[in-house]
Write a protein that binds this ligand. Structure first.
Ligand SMILES: Nc1nc2c(ncn2[C@@H]2O[C@H](COP(=O)(O)OP(=O)(O)OP(=O)(O)O)[C@@H](O)[C@H]2O)c(=O)[nH]1
Ligand SMILES: [Mg+2]
Length: 710
């Protein structure tokens, strides 16, 4: 059997590439209804006919072969750079039939690269609704390449396209003998010289090398020199040539459209989407609706999740109560209940909220409303050095900063992209949710305002808004410091409204829950186990006197008496306080005391330094180890609300709770984010700046809040 060939899926953004990729490979690549969902390449294997497989490569969307943003470069490199490991033998151009003219521009460019292509026309259903009819055979004849109509959203046409792929793989089709336009005539001398210097399959490919010579990794120094001198000699004007090329292409496309496309009174039909947009993009009502949508989003996370959360919380409480009453009373049991079970329950409670959050965001993306949010907020964003396209990353930052920072690749302007990356981690991600939820339940009364608005939900939304406004504020400051000059504009296509695909929403929710459980779970369980050890043992020099003191005291009172119970409790907390974890926590207490945090919170701050998720697990373990064994079935919330300072004052007051939430709202506390920022900015400088500014911001704001409410 021969090695599978590479087949690349390319095309304009939002044309259905990832949907086709999923249909061909059976994988679950992210699909969404706005331009720029896919920002990196992804490979999967598809069975074409029995015994023949191919590597299918899903790529970011591109409007033309002249890349403007980081995601478009990914695609450009795959197409132009023959040394790229994903360099395709066959390209499937996924073209949106309801926007045929613009899509054909890109098709014609790929055809001229002389790579074998198949055109897959999607959105035929929408084209039909617009009154557009396309003569597929005619199109095929005019372009000289196979054209197939598919609907990957409904899994239609997949068998047909596989047949065509099979024929293409067996070299059934040849690339059109003549170029779509006469590329050679655009810059004859330069093109000929490039073709002599660098191995390239087509005149058009050579033209691209001439245009982008400095940015192409596969052109070596000597070749660059030859090309540069040729460019100078022939006074190569790339802007003029590009404009000329696009004009010629459109003029031929116009002819093709005339011959193959019938539009039935195109003016009469106002599409449903346009009618909806009259309201949703209204100059006044548009913003009112936006606020309502955002409000409902956060409220429903709270409302919907509260029931499953109660069940999980209660279930784990009952489980550990039952375990401690049935298992033998020894170190292993203690380790199992207070190390492992406590660690797992600490984060399992938040699975419902995370699923709901991701589900709701997927609905926003799937319907096409997300693109409208970008449109509505562009003006505000622009004033602070961002761009309408920054909104997508900022909103997905509410789920997790890592994919959000990757999503900034669609922002063409370098300065705006950098600032977006710098402030996105301030958005409250789902890892902060557990901390907020726990603290709010602890310090904010479950009251209603005006009869319907829950106070707890309002505070929760306030925290999210706080993250957002802080991001805007910091962006405005950074705008003054970042010295990249580039003109900026906002062009974003508004996709048609579509009903969300519930299967997609469902899979996303399950996927995200799985990732959360797997990634966070692993870290949390490991850290909980280490922590249980550190909290259960301590340096002998400190532990021995504690043991001696309490054993002596306990010997003086009857075993089952109330005095003994009190002594036992004191004994436990003295042990914890002198354990390794205790020593560590006490060591940093002076630094965090001004924020209202005690040494237990100090330990949690340390363990959650690499990942915020660990905070709740740490608290769960610390409070389980420190408590007397009869209290095992109390929920963490109950344990926390009875925690006190040595002088008897409660640890979790309004002031310290708010201070803790503010700290986590602003502090960096996430290694994965730092790693991704390093990757996207290609330097350690920016993640380090982020770490420093965010930690400082968190400390100062917590200090202020604590002192105001104290
Ligand atoms: N009505 C209709 N919708 C479709 C069709 N094909 C895909 N879609 C929808 O179009 C939207 C975009 O699909 P994606 O597969 O994410 O598009 P993409 O080309 O990967 O987009 P980017 O990654 O942003 O470049 C989704 O909401 C799909 O459900 C089709 O033939 N008809
Ligand atoms: Mg995609």
């Amino acid at each position: 059997m021969q090695a599978p060939i590479n087949i690349a899926l390319v095309g304009n953004p939002n044309s259905g590439k990832s949907s086709l990729f999923n249909a061909l490979t059976g994988l679950n690549q992210k699909v969404g209804n706005f331009p720029g969902v896919t920002v990196d390449k992804k490979t999967g294997i598809a069975q074409i006919v029995s015994g023949v497989t191919a590597n299918i490569i899903d790529l970011p969307g591109t409007y033309s072969l002249y890349p403007k943003s980081a995601d478009e470069y990914v695609t450009y490199d795959v197409l132009i750079n023959q040394q790229n490991e994903d360099s395709p033998r066959l390209v499937i151009i996924v073209a949106d039939a309801s926007n045929l003219k613009r899509n054909l521009l890109f098709c014609s460019q790929i055809i001229d690269l002389k790579i074998p292509v198949i055109i897959a026309l999607t959105m035929m259903d929408i084209a039909r609704r617009k009154g557009v009819e396309i003569d597929l055979d005619g199109l095929e004849r005019e372009l000289g390449v196979p054209v197939v109509s598919i609907n990957p959203r409904k899994n239609k046409g997949v068998t047909e396209i596989k047949k065509v792929i099979d024929l293409a793989m067996r070299s059934h089709y040849s690339t059109p003998p003549r170029d779509f336009i006469n590329n050679n005539a655009l810059a004859k001398d330069v093109i000929d010289e490039v073709r002599k210097t660098v191995p390239v399959k087509s005149d058009y490919g050579a033209l691209h090398i001439a245009v982008n010579v400095d940015d192409l990794p596969f052109v070596d120094k000597a070749q660059k020199k030859v090309i540069h001198s040729s460019l100078e000699k022939h006074q190569f004007n790339k802007t003029k040539i590009q404009a000329e090329e696009i004009m010629q292409r459109y003029s031929r496309i116009k002819h093709i459209m005339k011959a193959t496309v019938v539009e039935n009174d195109p003016l009469q039909k106002q599409l449903r989407s346009e009618k909806i947009d009259d309201l949703l993009l209204h100059r006044f009502w548009g913003y009112v609706i936006l606020l309502v949508v955002m409000f409902l989003l956060f409220q429903s996370i709270f409302w919907l999740a509260s029931y499953p959360m109660d069940w999980i919380e209660g279930g784990f409480g009952a489980l550990s109560g039952w375990l401690s009453s049935t298992l033998p009373d020894n170190k292993v049991t203690d380790f199992f209940i207070n190390g492992i079970v406590a660690g797992i329950s600490g984060f399992a409670v938040f699975i419902p909220q995370i699923m709901i959050l991701f589900g709701l965001i997927t609905i926003l993306e799937d319907t096409g409303y997300m693109a409208r949010i970008s449109f509505l907020t562009d003006r505000l964003m622009r004033q602070v050095g961002l761009n309408g396209k920054s909104v997508m990353p900022l909103i997905s930052g509410v789920a997790c900063a890592v994919p959000a920072i990757m999503a900034t690749r669609t922002i063409e302007n370098k300065k705006e992209r950098l600032i977006t990356i710098m402030v996105t981690p301030l958005m409250s991600c789902s890892a902060r949710l557990p901390i907020y939820t726990m603290m709010i339940a602890l310090i904010i009364p479950d009251k209603r305002i005006f009869g319907i608005l829950g106070l707890q939900g309002l505070i929760m939304m306030g925290l999210y808004l706080l993250g957002f406004f802080m991001a805007i504020f910091i962006a405005a400051i950074m705008k003054l410091f970042v010295r990249i000059k580039e003109k900026s504009y906002f062009i974003m296509e508004l996709p048609v409204y579509r009903s969300p695909r519930w299967a997609n929403v469902g899979t996303t929710m399950v996927e995200k829950a799985k990732i959360f459980v797997k990634d966070a779970g692993k870290v949390i369980v490991v850290i909980s186990v280490i922590l249980w050890f550190l909290a259960s043992y301590g340096p002998a020099s400190r532990m021995e006197p504690v043991h001696a003191k309490y054993e002596q005291l306990l010997a003086k009172v009857p075993a089952e008496s109330p005095e003994a119970a009190v002594l036992n409790k004191e004994f436990q907390s003295a042990k914890l306080s002198n354990s390794y974890a205790g020593v560590l926590g006490h060591a940093i207490e002076p630094a965090i005391r001004p924020l209202g945090f005690d040494w237990k919170i100090g330990i949690a701050l340390i363990t959650s330094f690499a990942a915020r998720e660990v905070f709740v697990g740490t608290m769960a373990t610390l409070y389980s180890v420190g408590e007397d064994p009869d209290n095992n079935n109390a929920t963490l919330r109950e344990k926390l609300s009875s925690a006190t300072w040595p002088d008897g004052a409660p640890v979790y007051t309004l002031a310290s709770g708010l201070s803790l939430m503010i700290f986590y709202a602003f502090a960096m506390q996430c290694m994965s984010t730092m790693a991704i920022v390093k990757r996207e900015t290609k330097s350690w400088k920016y993640p380090l700046i982020q770490l420093v500014y965010m930690t400082a911001l968190a400390y100062v704001c917590s200090l202020i809040i604590f002192n105001i409410f104290k």
